[in-house]
Design a binder for this molecule. Structure first.
Ligand SMILES: [Zn+2]
Length: 397
């Protein structure tokens, strides 16, 4: 047993001891106040039930209540173990080494085009994702390996590039202003209200000087997003093509974004970058991850590409947060690699999809995928590989 697994089990045992202590404490006090001086303990249970015959009604009730307490404590222990070990692998088929989708949206508006999704089509995307068992998570949850969604569901990351007006728009009239019900933020919030288990999560890769195209509301919008749990990501300061500028300018573009974002949202940590045009800095690709300019430094835990396939699980050896592929959430000119193509692919190849075991403390996957586990990314989780008897084997037995 690797050290970290042993540590995890020890931790569980000590939680139980603490629980048992608090269950027994009132009993102990009760015993002493009755003047019996008897110290009840779990291992004394059989002896004390043997003595029970001769006792008075009061003592009997006391014994009964003690037994109930012990039984309850035992039940809790059993159910805790059950949760930990008796997941219905055959039914859930968790695969936390499977692939997941990072979806890339640009404009939300009309008419539909290659880089523009209509509000109704965006609603349809959310509906379909939800029906097919996808749940929205933030990119940082993926990068941290903290994917907390129900057993049997699959994570999906929504990303929005370029901070267009249709992503987050305020409408103004004589009564003041309200969020445009057809902008992406409102659509996601509305969907979340009706389906809270879908989650409310997305990353907005914004650039300056005027994200979301309403200068007077920049500060309000960025703080609104952060307050709601959305993420703000780096898309350079001025939508620069990082392959066409020198190292100094690359760092200036990325650092100035951070400076500007923190001007509106003090101390906000920008943690990921979506590369404009999918272009890396040519001389030093590592500058996409880390660098500094003047007195501003930046650190991107993930760098997102433009195309065109699902990404490996954060626990898979092929997971590379410095080059995370995205899928175009579009139905036009997607050449077989758009959102709807990949949804169909996962329908036909369910074994390729990340499926959660419902407990972020565990990594569960079919035994056949064992060799792909990235040991460095396990952190403090317990790993479970399982084997399911195939249908043909069942028939033989
Ligand atoms: Zn862009």
């Amino acid at each position: 047993m690797p050290a970290n697994l042993a540590k995890y089990s020890r931790k569980k045992r000590s939680y139980f001891s603490i629980l048992l202590f608090f269950v027994m404490l009132p009993l102990l006090l009760f015993q002493f106040s009755c003047g019996t001086g008897e110290v009840p303990a779990v291992q004394d249970r059989e002896e004390s039930s043997a003595e029970e015959h001769s006792s008075s009604t009061a003592e009997k009730n006391e014994e009964e209540s003690k037994d109930n307490t012990i039984e309850e404590a035992e039940k809790e222990e059993v159910s805790e173990e059950k949760q930990a070990t008796e997941l219905d692998f055959e039914k859930i088929k968790p695969n936390e080494l499977g692939d997941f989708m990072v979806l890339m949206y640009h404009e939300i508006g009309s008419p539909e085009s290659e880089w523009r999704r209509t509000p109704d089509n965006f609603r349809r995307d959310l509906e379909l994702l939800y029906e097919k068992g996808y749940r929205a998570v933030n990119l940082s949850d993926i990068v941290n390996g903290n994917i907390d969604i129900p057993a049997g569901t699959s994570p999906v990351v929504l990303t929005f590039d370029d901070a267009t007006k249709g992503q987050f728009n305020f409408l103004e009239d004589n009564d003041g202003k309200k969020i445009d019900p057809d902008c992406a933020v409102a659509i996601m919030e509305e969907f979340y209200k009706e389906n809270p288990d879908f989650g409310l999560a997305a990353t907005f890769y914004i650039y300056y000087p005027n994200p979301f195209r309403q200068q007077e509301y920049i500060e309000e919008k960025l703080n609104y997003l952060v307050d709601k749990g959305f993420e703000i990501g780096n898309h350079t300061y001025g939508h620069a093509n990082l392959s066409r500028i020198g190292s100094g300018k690359v760092q200036q573009e990325l650092a100035y974004h951070v400076r500007e974002t923190q001007k509106y949202v003090p101390n906000y940590q920008v943690r990921s970058l979506a590369l404009p045009y999918g272009a890396y800095p040519q001389d030093n690709p590592g500058l996409a991850l880390k660098g500094s300019y003047e007195d501003i430094s930046y650190h991107n835990e993930a760098v997102l590409l433009v195309g065109a396939n699902p990404a490996p699980s954060p626990f898979h050896e092929n997971f590379d947060p410095s080059r995370l592929p995205r899928i175009r959430a579009s139905e036009m000119k997607t050449e077989g690699v758009g959102l709807y193509d990949w949804l169909e692919y996962f329908e036909d190849n369910p074994h390729r999809k990340y499926v959660s075991d419902g407990d972020p403390g565990y990594i569960s996957a079919p035994k056949a995928t064992k060799e792909y586990l990235e040991e460095d990314n396990i952190n403090n989780k317990e790993v479970r590989f399982y084997e399911i008897e195939s249908e043909s084997e069942k028939e033989k037995n």
